[in-house]
Design a protein around this ligand. Structure first.
Ligand SMILES: NC(=O)c1ccc[n+]([C@@H]2O[C@H](COP(=O)([O-])OP(=O)(O)OC[C@H]3O[C@@H](n4cnc5c(N)ncnc54)[C@H](OP(=O)(O)O)[C@@H]3O)[C@@H](O)[C@H]2O)c1
Length: 207
């Protein structure tokens, strides 16, 4: 199975990439493609056609306080977390690279869920950019599904991980990468879930 994942220099992406083997042939896409089987975003022609595309790369922000709203920071996070994955997906599609695609997996968050955001105090939320970019991905999934592509589309919350973006007390990113791999290999994501798939619990968080 050919798997293409964005953002492999750290965190979940790095852990998924490290699981590369003969039945799980992971290729990475990175701003710093220094490792074999890792490509830059603009080297489209050289890429193998993936059966699984994982749009993983993202950045975080902190704290909702609109009195200190930083428009440039907001633009950047919307660009990295929303515009870039949509644009990369469309570039691959137009280049004919998604002819074998069976599973499109977008890495969201529990903050992709409007009901989840509503249930939280302001102090428990990340910044405006993270909430709005990740919740927009949930809308994107729902609109994209209307087009009835021949591949499944799912949004996955990987859990709070012990990565730089997450928390030192978070779940082990390597363990979650292995669980993600097993769910991909057993075709769990051929089904489209009516919400955000929470990887650690196998529960569905409402969109
Ligand atoms: N960590 C958590 O607790 C948590 C919780 C919920 C959801 N998530 C989601 O899970 C995914 C992975 O998170 P993570 O914790 O593994 O994050 P991470 O360790 O910060 O890694 C994210 C990757 O994104 C890429 N990246 C960073 N800045 C970028 C930029 N300006 N432009 C383009 N790419 C950039 C980097 O890859 P390259 O350097 O290779 O380009 C980096 O390795 C993200 O979508 C995140 O929102 C994480």
């Amino acid at each position: 199975m050919n798997v293409l994942i964005t953002g492999v220099s750290s965190g979940l992406g790095k852990e998924v990439f490290s699981l590369r083997n003969s039945s799980f042939a992971v290729y990475g896409v990175s701003r710093n493609p220094l490792t074999p089987h890792v490509f830059s975003y603009d080297s489209i022609e050289a890429l193998p056609n993936p059966e699984v595309l994982i749009l993983n790369a993202a950045i975080g922000d902190q704290g909702v306080d609109f009195r200190t709203f930083d428009a440039d920071g907001f633009k950047e996070i919307m660009d990295v977390n929303l515009m870039q994955p949509l644009s990369y997906f469309s570039t691959l599609y137009r280049a004919g690279k998604l002819s074998d695609l069976k599973q499109l997996l977008i890495i969201g968050s529990r903050f992709s869920s409007v009901p989840y955001i509503q249930s939280q105090e302001a102090s428990a939320l990340p910044g405006y950019g993270y909430c709005i970019s990740k919740a927009s991905l949930a809308l994107f999934v729902q609109v994209l599904r209307k087009e009835a592509f021949p591949f499944s589309i799912n949004l996955v919350h990987p859990g709070v991980l012990n990565t730089e973006m997450g928390s030192p007390e978070g779940l082990n990113a390597g363990d979650m990468a292995r669980k993600f791999q097993s769910k991909i290999l057993d075709n769990s994501f051929l089904q489209e879930f009516n919400g955000i798939y929470e990887l650690p619990t196998d529960e569905i968080i409402p969109f």
